[in-house]
Ligand binder design. Structure first.
Ligand code: PMT
Length: 409
């Protein structure tokens, strides 16, 4: 299920492509931006057009690609500076050493550099070049100048370069650049200045060094919530169990294994937080003790003695009753039967402002899938059933409710 991303929907984004092998990845980035709902204009340098044909970008955006500074038919419609003037965001990906040098010195001899110079919105650079060029003091100085002037940057990363060598200089993946773009656009959003703690994924309770008690949580729901809060400007700490999800750009990710470790991380982060959202599937029980060595197979049966883990959410809500912080406490309820009734009971027993009730038996909802069907129940008893949505869209809805809650307290 494809989802438009509210922070990008309807925004004018200029993608500036300069000439490097990573230009092919700019096509993927462009496609992701279009799917997210942005209106994307692509500006290419002549060198970039040697790597990827402009037609590729035109097909992806359904808009003309800007290449030449004084193309007459474009001059009336677009104008060689108007693209930059109306952009909400410009992303330069890849940003080559040459392009960085031009930007640092205010040169305007390509349409890309002219657009950047005329751009009134923020500019995000995704540098890509051979590692020696990246390490060169000239490039390092140019980057410092640009950062000082308020340019944002993502990457470069280490990996295999066009030269065949491994090193620092690889352009960040399109997914990461998109994430960074969301952070740049959202940084002054309605949650700016608010600290939000989000938990995600399942905990693992050790039986011995190689086995654990766990569950099917993938972390998808919690990671989407963290990204949505980040998109509204929140300073997010994401405390997560083992997960294959990529940590979103622009937030602090704390990896934990057990319920006890999650409690310690949440406790530390929640001290001065405005809100906590617990989407993690925390094990309710753990083996009483974890064997030091791998338990050997015998002919007989094996009984595990389980003891209760701490209820992290209830403890945070309890602390709020004493100290007033955090101002908003949101929980999830993973249910297989009597979904609303059980969720209401948890909302009341744990002292929450909002609970997100999840039927985790449906094949398209709950654990590990990309979609979810949830019902939101607030402290006043108001119930809002949401249809089947992507987890990204569910996250947006929950964070909208969080923003409303924080406005009230
Ligand atoms: O990670 P995904 O694959 O995307 O799946 C998402 C999800 C199904 C895990 C998520 O949508 C969800 O429902 N999370 C809550 C899972 C859960 O543990 O529910 P619960 O009903 O057992 O717990 C109620 C609440 O108390 C939850 O907010 C939970 O985080 C919290 N809790 C539970 C036990 C415990 N010891 N400490 C807690 O804080």
């Amino acid at each position: 299920m494809e989802t438009e991303i509210p922070i990008l929907k309807g925004r004018s984004v200029v993608v500036g492509v300069s000439g490097g092998i990573a230009a092919y990845k700019a096509a993927d980035l462009t496609s992701r931006l279009v799917k997210a709902g942005a209106q994307v204009d692509v500006v290419m340098t002549p060198a970039a057009a040697e790597f990827v044909r402009p037609l590729t970008f035109q097909a992806l955006t359904h808009r003309p690609v800007a290449l030449e500074m004084f193309a007459l038919w474009q001059e009336t419609e677009i104008g060689h500076v108007s693209l930059g003037k109306r952009a909400d965001l410009m992303i330069i990906a890849p940003a080559t050493a040459n392009t960085l040098a031009k930007l640092a010195h205010g040169m305007a001899d390509t349409l890309l550099a002219t657009t950047a110079l005329a751009c009134r919105g923020p500019i995000l650079l995704a540098p890509a070049m051979e590692s020696g060029m990246w390490a060169n003091p000239a490039t390092a100085d140019n980057m410092k100048v640009l950062e000082r002037r308020g340019y944002f940057s993502v990457g470069p990363e280490s990996g295999r370069l066009a030269s065949g060598a491994d090193g620092l200089g690889r352009m960040s993946e399109p997914e990461t650049i998109l994430d960074a773009a969301r952070w740049v656009l959202g940084r002054r959003g309605p949650l700016a200045g608010e600290k939000v703690v989000v938990t995600a994924g399942g905990t693992r309770e050790a039986i011995d060094p190689v086995r654990f008690v766990g569950n099917h949580s993938s972390g998808k729901m919690g990671f989407a919530l963290a990204a949505a809060a980040r998109d509204r400007g929140a300073e997010v700490t994401l405390v997560h169990g083992p997960s294959a999800q990529r940590a979103p750009y622009g937030l602090r990710a704390v990896a934990v294994e057990s319920a006890e470790q999650m409690q310690a991380a949440v406790w530390e982060a929640a001290g001065d937080a405005a809100a906590i959202i617990m989407a993690a599937a925390v094990a309710d029980y753990r083996p009483k003790s974890a064997a030091e060595h791998k338990i050997k197979k015998t002919r007989g049966e094996l009984a595990l003695e389980l003891v209760r883990t701490p209820d992290i959410l209830a403890a945070v809500a309890q602390r709020r009753r004493q100290s007033g912080a955090p101002r908003a406490v949101i929980g999830f309820a993973a249910e297989t039967d009597n979904v609303l009734e059980n969720a209401r009971e948890k909302l009341a027993r744990k002292g929450l402002d909002l609970i997100v009730a999840n039927d985790v038996l449906a094949a398209d909802s709950g654990f590990a899938v990309d979609t979810n069907r949830v019902t939101l129940i607030d402290g006043g008893g108001v119930v809002e059933a949401l249809p089947l949505m992507s987890k990204t869209a569910v996250a947006e809805a929950v964070i909208d409710r969080l923003a409303a809650l924080l406005r009230r307290v």
